[in-house]
Design a protein around this ligand. Structure first.
Ligand code: 8X3
Length: 253
């Protein structure tokens, strides 16, 4: 009898790093559970995966809705890997003038979203006997930059969850991996941050030779998840060569 395929849940799977990670894990042989709010995008990804001979299922879900997250967890037969990827930034306003509503929204998705899904799936991850939880934080979770305050505060929260959980689960068969990407050029991250302003969004990457791609990050995530069970990549910071720190980025004129 061949062993059952391992199940990986990926949140924020509708685009960017989440979608690329879902593809990578499917290629690595995982049955992938695609989670996000937008059904059309998830359905299109599931169709692509199926055409390539990979197994996946779609769950339309807002990670900030605890009742929906709990119902989702109940519907899952098993879970071996959880990729907490759903998140995002809103605005680039100084602390002095930022809108508290934006901060609240960012805290909800980047922190409470991770908490909700992790709490709900932890029993299944533990029962698997070999669970992996990945938190996609950010270099904004490790250091700040001007205008980043709300996002930085939220991503520090995600970083704190990963660090705390690793202590609390010590001795249990679940490892906690944190991936902290820096500048990644995706279809939506900067566009969402600047509320659809395409010029401002393009300005983020202007002149930067080869920002990271979603595939670069997915490749790294898949590498950490496929290490032998006893190997825990605690924290991996990933930046493009052109980015030396949160505030020092090389741009070609
Ligand atoms: C994205 C990195 O620099 O936009 O998580 O905060 S940054």
């Amino acid at each position: 009898m061949s062993p059952r395929p391992r199940t990986a849940v990926v949140t924020g799977a509708s685009s960017g790093i989440g979608a690329a990670t879902a593809r990578r894990l499917a290629e690595a042989g995982f049955h992938v559970v695609l989670v996000a709010r937008r059904a059309d995008r998830l359905d299109a990804l599931a169709k692509d995966l199926s055409a390539a001979g990979h197994s996946s299922v779609v769950h339309v879900l807002d990670v900030t809705d605890r009742a929906a997250v709990d119902a989702f967890a109940t519907s899952l037969a098993e879970c071996d890997v959880l990729i907490n990827n759903a998140g995002g930034a809103l605005g680039l306003d100084p602390v002095a003038t930022a809108d508290p509503a934006d901060w609240r929204t960012m805290y909800e998705v980047n922190v409470i979203g991770v908490l909700n899904v992790t709490q709900a799936l932890l029993p299944a991850l533990t029962a698997s006997g070999d669970g992996t939880i990945v938190v996609i934080s950010s270099t904004a979770g490790l250091g700040t930059y001007e205008g980043g305050g709300g996002y930085v505060a939220a991503k520090h929260g995600a970083h704190a969850i990963a660090e705390t959980l690793r202590l609390e689960l010590n001795g249990q068969p679940v490892r906690i991996i944190e991936i902290a990407p820096g500048m990644v050029k995706t279809e939506e991250f900067a566009l969402t941050r600047f509320r659809g302003d395409t010029d401002r969004a393009a300005g983020v990457y202007a002149g930067v030779p080869e920002p990271l791609t979603a595939e670069d990050v997915a490749d790294t995530i898949a590498w950490t998840v496929t290490r032998p069970s006893h190997v825990n990549v605690d924290l991996l910071v990933l930046r493009p060569r052109a980015q030396a720190s949160n505030t020092k980025v090389y741009r070609e004129k």
